[in-house]
Structure formats: C-alpha cells, structure tokens
Design a protein around this ligand. Sequence first.
Ligand SMILES: Nc1ncnc2c1ncn2[C@@H]1O[C@H](COP(=O)(O)OP(=O)(O)OP(=O)(O)O)[C@@H](O)[C@H]1O
Length: 309
Amino acid sequence: MVPLPVERAGGWNGHMSSTPVIDVERLNLTYGDFHAVRDLTFQVRRGELYALLGTNGAGKTSTLETVEGHRAATSGTVRVFGQSPRDRRAVRPRMGIMLQESGFSPDLTVRESIRLIGSLTRRRDTVERVLGAVGLTRKAGTKVAQLSGGEKRRLDFATAVYGAPELVFLDEPTTGLDIQSRDDLWDTVDRLREDGATIVLTTHYLEEAQQRADRIGLMHKGAFHKEGTVFELTQTLPAEIRFSLPDTAPPPPLDAARESGETFLIETFGLQRDLHLLLGWAHEHAVELRELQAGPTRLDDVFRSIGTA
Ligand SMILES: Nc1ncnc2c1ncn2[C@@H]1O[C@H](COP(=O)(O)OP(=O)(O)OP(=O)(O)O)[C@@H](O)[C@H]1O
C-alpha cells in the first residue's frame, strides 16, 4: 500500500461544503445541426463516485469534455467547485483526468513521463509514489514505446492520480487491464476515496459501475434515460432465479418458466421471499436445485431495456 501525499496543493483536507463538486444545469451541446446533448442537468457531490454510462453516441464524452473544461457549452451552465471549468487556472489543478489515451511521447521513459505530468498538474507529489501507486516501479526506466497495452493504461492512470487530486475523471480506466491490474487500480481509487476524493467514471464494464458507483447517470441520445442509485435504476426490472431440475422432479412452483432443457427461470420482484419458497419446496420434495443462481437485477438488463422503453 502506497500512502497518499499528506499535503495538497489545494489544501482541501477537512474542508466541508454543501456546494456540489460538479453542477450541470440544462447543458446543451450541438455540432452544427446535430444536437448531441439536450438539457442535461445533474450534480456530483463531494466524495461520490458518479458513473456516467450510456449507449454509443449518447453524449458522454461531449458532456465530460465540457465538465473538464475542454469544450464550451452551447447553452446551459457548468460549474466545477463553484467555478466555470473554462477558468482553467482555478479549476484544472484540482482535477485529475485519465483520458482514453493520454498520448505520451514514445521516446520518454515512464519516469520522465510521470515527471512531465507532475510539472503540468502543478500538484505536489513524488514520482516514486506515483510509480508505486500505478504499479510501474519496475518499469521506471522503460520507454513508453516498449510498454504493453496494460502498462500504458496504468501510465494513463498516473496522470489522474498524480498529487491525489480532489476530483478524478476516469474514462474507461480498466479497458485492456488484466484482473490483477484492475484490482490494483480500484485499490488506488478506493484510497483516493477514503481521502475524500470525488470520482467520475465512464465504463462499458457495467458490473464495475454496479459494484462501485454511488449514483449513475444513464444516457441515451443526449439525455438521461435514468439517473439514480443502482437500486433506483434496477428496481423497475425483476430479479432472476435460475436452476435446473432432473426430469424425475415434480413441476417447480412460482410460475417457473422452462428456459431450455432442464433449466428454469423465475422472474421476481420479491427475490428473498421467492427464494425462500423455492428452497422450502425443494426441501419438502427432496429435490436438488442444480446450478442454483439468484441475483439482483443487473445494470445490463437496464441497458437492454433502453431500446424497448
Ligand atoms: N466533433 C463532432 N462533430 C460532429 N458530431 C460529433 C462530434 N463529436 C461528437 N459528435 C456526435 O455527437 C454524438 C455524441 O458523441 P459522444 O462522443 O459524446 O458520445 P459517447 O456517449 O461518448 O459515445 P461512445 O460511447 O460511442 O464513445 C455522437 O452522435 C457523435 O457522432
């Protein structure tokens, strides 16, 4: 475990405020005649992990670029720490951004690249700490051109965590990372969060958002299809119980539908109650519920429901 730097450029430790870290109101973005983002309103509170998810072309990148200060809104207001993100001197040092590709020079070594990040962010940190935090200590002297895809991704991550900023944007952070590197990345994010950092995440790995996000904005065609906690997003769709039964078993209870062969599916809004009933039935009939699976509604199902809404 690599400790975070104690002192911060912004001096924000212990600073409590009810002002949202990000405050977007009626944001509109157009490209020529094309209306990419429509009247989008959302807030991200201090310490939250907010996931901005959505279908391809929904407007996530356009929205994030505006919040990060890279793009001007066509109309509406965007405030970050109560200020316009276009005021880069005030806002930029307080945010760390992991883009989908940071575009480091292939001829620089990892150490030189991180040193460069440090001078750009103007946050206080050490190259050694950041190398450790992103798991690249052993690659410090290696040129960027010689890094693997996953190692490059970790170097991209370094741009976001240098100096442990208050607000961190992670754009598809775990794409191309193996399971160990993913776990390491999330450990580092967890430590930033323990220190009070606010995280904005985009990902196509929905289970990561489901496990980690405090709230989710689910975008489709420039607007929110749904916004809320995972529970709020998933509660309108049923949970599922799956199991298989041998041919000799009596017909299962609870409107269990035969999915294929010996496999049955129960869709339910009362997962605990129905699971209890099912297990009671199996016990009573001395039947083994093979490959029993029961789980809450997954974000995947909410995504799939977008097209049918
Ligand atoms: N510079 C541009 N000029 C014209 N249209 C653009 C431009 N940038 C984005 N768009 C369009 O705006 C819409 C939103 O794009 P955006 O990249 O914000 O979506 P996204 O949600 O990030 O999508 P994805 O998940 O596919 O990356 C898309 O239809 C895209 O084609």
